[in-house]
Design a binder for this molecule. Structure first.
Ligand SMILES: [Zn+2]
Length: 474
């Protein structure tokens, strides 16, 4: 049996009310909110954070391949999957591949991953993420959200949802596209997109159902992920299936999260499904991919084992903050020197420490350090250190400072000294919170973020976020 071994979702902390967007443009924005990536989040950081939540499963089922799927990869030429592999401590012989250029990147990666599982009998990790920019006042602005989903594919008795069948329809059409130098997604008229997408979805659904000799009425859940939420719903209605079958497509919180949109709805469905239920995922994008999954008895265990999101309490932001974070409004950076271009040799030298979050641990007395040290301050031994990962370790704020003067897209900047389980202390930037959200003793968790861009290089590092809903010691 082959299929999904597990799934995890990463949705940014911040939301913007659709009404707030509508008010700015003197129109009706709509009901609910959409998820907004913080200024230090991109598709790669979100993909890493989604995959990181699967760490327990990944240590048991080490993937031989890692696929990253997004239409907003940080680089046009440089693999995001390689950076991801480093953050996840995967060996250098891991097959790293990036998928892009269409919302179908997710289902392309999924089907390629299943082929790899079949051929190599080894698990494949997929992380699908998007942080697309919508042109202000464009109809899709209110719904274009951000987020990531990770799937671990594999085979054996522990599969939680089996792959029953899949099929593809390629359709050459100009419905939704973006040129290499386009910042915003371009779309043809809604009626045209609806016409061509519906045709591809119907054909693809028919192909999958014929392979399995089933009918649409026999399928328990149907998911259509198209160019927009409105379009996806209209296609689902056209399929004439009962509304409760496509309940996961209803959303007033997150919005359409691009490449991760279809996988997010699959994840939502899996979280609410029982064993032996079927899910038909129809992913639109220059045609349509169809994937039919069937849950197993293991689904219940995975539902219970999943790390639940840390608290709810998502914060609403203003439209002006949104414009700044998404670089849609150019503001003066203040009279501070701009960030220096990171040196490639230095990045290379510190890759284990900066991306893998490896510090050092004294083999004589057990004291741990971050960044890495050669001499132990506790027992004074020299060069008796071993590599030590801080990932997943408990951490809390020892002290912190709030800086209103440092140049930041989202001021103030908060820097904290973190006490780590194992005895080490490290200096870290605190993100996704304001000064009143933390205090000494607040428990924090690591989150992969972008420090800054300079010289065309994205400089990634680990920051910390408060564990919301956790009791403080002080
Ligand atoms: Zn020591």
């Amino acid at each position: 049996m082959k299929g999904l071994l597990g799934y995890e979702v990463y949705i940014p902390h911040y939301r913007i009310a659709k009404k707030e967007i509508g008010t700015f443009h003197k129109g009706y924005g709509g009901k609910g909110t959409k998820a907004v990536a913080h200024y230090d989040e991109d598709s790669l950081t979100m993909a890493v954070n989604a995959a990181m939540s699967l760490s327990n499963l990944l240590s048991k089922h080490v993937p031989s391949s890692l696929y990253f799927a997004s239409t907003t990869a940080p680089y046009a030429e440089k693999l995001a999957s390689v950076t991801m592999a480093k953050t996840l401590h995967l060996p250098t012989d891991t097959k790293t591949m990036d998928f892009g250029n269409s919302l179908r990147a997710a289902s392309n990666a999924f089907m390629a991953g299943m082929n790899s599982v079949e051929a190599e009998k080894k698990p494949v990790l997929l992380s699908m993420a998007d942080r697309r920019n919508a042109k202000p006042n464009n109809p899709v602005e209110a719904e274009m959200g951000a987020g990531a989903v990770s799937f671990l594919l594999g085979e054996g008795e522990e599969v939680i949802a089996e792959l029953v069948a899949s099929s593809t329809v390629a359709s050459e059409e100009v419905s939704q596209w973006r040129n290499t130098d386009d910042e915003f997604v371009r779309q043809w008229e809604d009626r045209f997109i609806a016409h061509v997408s519906t045709k591809s979805v119907f054909q693809c659904a028919k192909q999958v159902l014929e392979k399995t000799k089933t009918t649409l009425e026999e399928i328990d859940y149907v998911i259509v992920s198209g160019a927009s939420q409105k379009l996806s719903l209209s296609i689902a209605k056209a399929l004439q299936v009962k509304q409760e079958k496509w309940a996961a497509m209803m959303d007033e919180d997150i919005g359409h999260i691009g490449t991760a949109n279809g996988p997010f709805m699959v994840a939502k469905t899996l979280s609410n499904s029982q064993p032996n239920e079927t899910i038909l995922w129809l992913q639109v994008g220059d045609g349509c991919d169809g994937v039919l999954l069937k849950t197993t008895e293991n689904i219940v265990h995975h539902q219970n084992e999943r790390r639940q999101p840390v608290g709810k309490g998502n914060e609403l932001i203003s439209y002006s903050e949104y414009l700044r974070w998404y670089d849609l409004l150019t503001v003066d950076e203040g009279r501070r020197p701009s960030a220096p271009t990171p040196s490639a040799p230095a990045l290379n030298r510190n890759v284990e420490q900066n991306l893998g979050l490896f510090g050092s641990k004294c083999t004589q007395c057990g004291q741990s350090y971050y960044p890495k040290q050669r001499v132990c301050v506790k027992c004074h031994q020299k060069d008796e250190m071993e590599s030590f990962s801080l990932q997943g370790k408990k951490a809390k704020i020892a002290t912190y400072t709030v800086d209103y003067l440092a140049s930041s897209v989202s001021p103030p900047s908060i820097f904290a000294v973190i006490d780590m389980e194992g005895g080490s202390r490290m200096l870290a930037q605190v993100t996704d919170c304001g000064p009143t959200d933390i205090s000494i003793g607040t428990e924090v968790a690591f989150s992969f973020r972008k420090l800054y861009d300079a010289g065309g290089i994205h400089n990634y590092y680990w920051k910390v976020v408060p564990k919301r809903g956790v009791q403080h010691e002080s």
